[in-house]
Write a protein that binds this ligand. Structure first.
Ligand code: SF4
Length: 709
């Protein structure tokens, strides 16, 4: 990097929900950026993984969308914005507000997300705004709300340093949240008594630090944790004073768990695990009150995802292992600002600032705050339903922001066909090409990481300022500016007359505390302490965990230490659960279970990570992991090409024969698109089954067949 004009700027990583702090060395004239971990950031304390440390290689202009494009022709911003607003206005006038939709992303900054949600829910008058976070953590949102009354992450990363037992459920933490993994490994080196249990059908890199790996049958998590709850009850490990003081529904939950689990052997049989290993896990959980359960997509991407979350949370509540240092449930979010999206209400079933459609007064309160002329009163369509509505023509215009649903959604061929036939598709993105951009009538160039500036929130509720390092690429604009300009053209100029993102952040912070008083239902998300933040304070903001208000001006590490929750009676709600099989069972025609997931060195649909040459070396092409017995049975050669087929679509992939895979299961990474590998798009295979409570797709369990090419 050229040393002339070097600046050092603190920012955050563009990738996962760990939310690592970065110290970047920047030459704005040459667009050279080099990065290192920020030692002052509590989430990573100086560490970065392979993806984060390669960010400097991804900021070139080669792949960027630099100007607005309408109908394949480069146009001015005014022309593009007029086209978008005219078309949206005509469709809304003719067919009503529910005929249009926004589909956003956990890559958006909080300010961008806030403006998109405000425009759709308060001014257009529909709640048809959903996000790729639906695919990532909506089951955790549902589970938390059922148990705590709000979508509250109770714990923090610091608890990992103080735990005696860490249970990693459905999480290849080593590859998907590498800095959390490194933190656990360091904790284990410091404390040899710390035990790590990995619960995952696959033997992943995360198992390298496991004292016990439970390769359970796909989808059997509720049974395993119902069994744990029953065991804890039988062995008198429950915290009866805490239950008495703080929990409702314990009797029903315990009865349901006992009935569902039966005895330890029946749990082991159902989960396809050795009884001795199940008992060892149960005893370790029973023997320490410092247990953290970390759960990720293996739990959430399931037709019983919310139940799995509650099965885990039940065990923490009934043992009082919550709100204390070194204990509690911790959901790891996939994306850098999935949590920020939850804060602003970026899901179709939320209003804003953790206020809800179904809670009396919340919709009116938000409408009053926004002075909204057309407030949505009912939830909109979650992601899979939203694209189904595009397919059946009831949604006629969609604006997709910073995401690539033609690759990432289940039943992706149907999604592709839906967009091909949609009357009007707008895509705002920082890249010039993606499978989704190829179907856009209008392409709007947005700022990318290193140019955009605003707040993000990581998995432990920590808000950090992601700062601009470089000037905009070409004519690219902030997402909040693009959305506000369309809002003005739709006639809502007064409410969207923002000159700087700080005005949006202040408004978001003020809404979080608006009419939040002891005479109404208290809300967990309250950053009203930032409602008057000055520009200087905003620019120098240091990372803090919400809430940030008069009680906690510097934020707070964990919730529920006082045994009070956010339900109307301030008591946690236990959920009575019965395990259910995944949505589609294997058959003679489709005899294998397809599991999907991330790789260590790629991110989402590779539009950024593929720009870093060294990240492409790890796994250069789509592959399928197959157990040796299945390879023999289906005549597959290691290194050969396999054809995978499901009821919904097909793909081709390189065969990797490995005993890390269970017999009867295959694994395919999620990343490749048609752009990077023809016929290598995993989403085409995945069944469109969703959790009926959360709407999160079952991306971990699709029946498929496999044969050699
Ligand atoms: Fe970025 Fe996540 Fe890696 Fe941290 S762990 S550097 S946030 S990808």
């Amino acid at each position: 990097i050229n040393n002339d004009s070097l600046q050092t700027i603190k920012t955050t990583c563009a990738y996962c929900g760990v939310g690592c702090g970065i110290e970047a060395q920047v030459n704005p004239h040459t667009r050279e950026v080099s990065v290192q971990g920020d030692f002052s950031h509590p989430a990573n304390q100086g560490r970065l993984c392979s993806k984060g440390s390669s960010l400097g290689e991804t900021v070139g202009l080669e792949s960027r969308l630099l100007q607005p494009v309408v109908g394949g022709k480069t146009v001015s911003w005014d022309s593009a914005l007029d086209t978008v607003s005219d078309k949206f206005k005509r469709i809304i006038d003719e067919h009503g507000p529910d005929a249009v939709a926004f589909y956003g992303s956990g890559q958006l900054l909080t300010e961008d997300y806030y403006v998109a949600n405000k425009l759709m829910k308060g001014f257009i008058g529909s709640a048809n705004i959903d996000t790729n976070s639906r695919l990532c953590m909506s089951s955790a949102v549902t589970g938390h709300k059922r148990a705590f009354g709000t979508d509250t992450v109770a714990t923090c990363y610091d608890d990992l340093d103080h735990a005696q037992l860490i249970v990693l459920v459905g999480s290849n933490t080593a590859w998907c949240h590498p800095i959390v993994f490194q933190r656990i490994r360091s904790a284990k080196e410091r404390n040899p008594d710390l035990k790590v249990v990995v619960i995952d059908p696959r033997r992943t890199a995360t198992c390298d630090i496991a004292d016990l790996h439970l390769p359970l049958a796909s989808g059997s998590d509720v049974k395993l944790f119902n069994g744990l709850l029953h065991f804890l009850n039988q062995n008198d490990v429950l915290d009866h004073p805490f239950i008495e003081q703080s929990c409702d529904g314990s009797v029903a939950a315990l009865e349901a768990a006992a009935e569902d689990a039966g005895n330890l052997d029946s749990v082991a049989r159902y989960c396809n695990l050795p009884s001795a290993d199940v008992e060892r896990f149960y005893r370790w959980f029973a023997d320490t009150d410092k247990a953290v359960s970390v759960y990720s997509q293996g739990v959430k991407q399931s037709s019983s995802g919310a139940d799995k979350v509650n099965a885990i949370v039940n065990c923490h509540l009934l043992t009082g292992r919550i709100g204390k240092s070194g204990s509690g449930p911790l959901s790891l979010t996939g994306q850098p600002n999935a949590m920020g999206g939850r804060e602003v209400g970026g899901l179709a079933n939320q209003v804003a600032a953790h206020m809800e459609f179904h809670i009396e007064g919340d919709v009116d309160r938000v409408a009053r705050f926004w002075q909204a002329p057309n407030m949505a009163r009912e939830p909109g369509k979650p992601a899979v339903d939203l694209f189904d509505a595009i397919a059946d023509g009831s949604i006629k215009a969609v604006w997709i922001m910073a995401t690539n649903p033609v690759v990432s959604l289940p039943n992706a061929d149907k999604v592709k066909a839906a967009l091909e036939n949609c009357e009007f598709v707008v895509v705002s993105d920082c890249v010039a090409e993606s499978d989704t951009l190829a179907l856009a009538h209008v392409k709007l160039p947005a700022l990318g990481w290193s140019e955009k500036d605003g707040m993000v929130t990581n998995s432990e509720r920590r808000i950090t300022h992601q700062r601009a390092l470089l000037p905009p690429a070409g004519e690219a604009k902030p997402d909040w500016w693009i959305i506000s300009e369309v809002a003005k053209r739709l006639g809502f100029g007064e409410a969207f007359n923002y000159q700087h993102q700080i005005e949006i952040f202040r408004e978001h912070a003020a809404l979080s505390g608006f009419e939040n008083n002891p005479f109404q239902r208290l809300r967990d998300f309250d950053i009203s302490g930032l409602a008057d933040i000055s520009l200087e304070e905003y620019q120098s903001f240091t990372p803090k965990q919400w809430p940030i208000n008069t009680d906690y001006p510097q934020g707070k590490a964990r919730f529920f230490a006082n045994g009070k929750f956010f339900t109307p009676n301030q008591r946690a709600q236990l959920v009575a659960l019965t395990s259910r099989a995944p949505g589609n069972a294997v058959s003679q025609r489709y005899p294998l279970v397809l599991n999907t997931g991330r790789l260590r060195d790629q991110w989402h649909t590779m539009t950024r990570s593929a720009l870093a040459p060294r990240l492409n070396q790890h796994r250069p092409e789509p592959f399928v992991e197959v157990h040796p017995d299945d390879a023999e049975r289906y005549q597959l050669q290691h290194g050969g090409i396999a054809h995978l087929l499901s009821q919904w679509g097909q793909m081709y992939a390189r065969v990797m024969v490995t005993d890390t895979q269970q017999q009867g299961n295959v694994f395919v990474p999620m990343h490749w698109s048609e752009q990077y590998a023809k016929k290598g798009r995993m989403g085409a295979l995945v069944n469109p089954v969703v959790d009926p409570l959360s709407g999160q797709p079952e991306s971990k369990h699709t029946p498929v067949s496999i044969r050699p090419l």
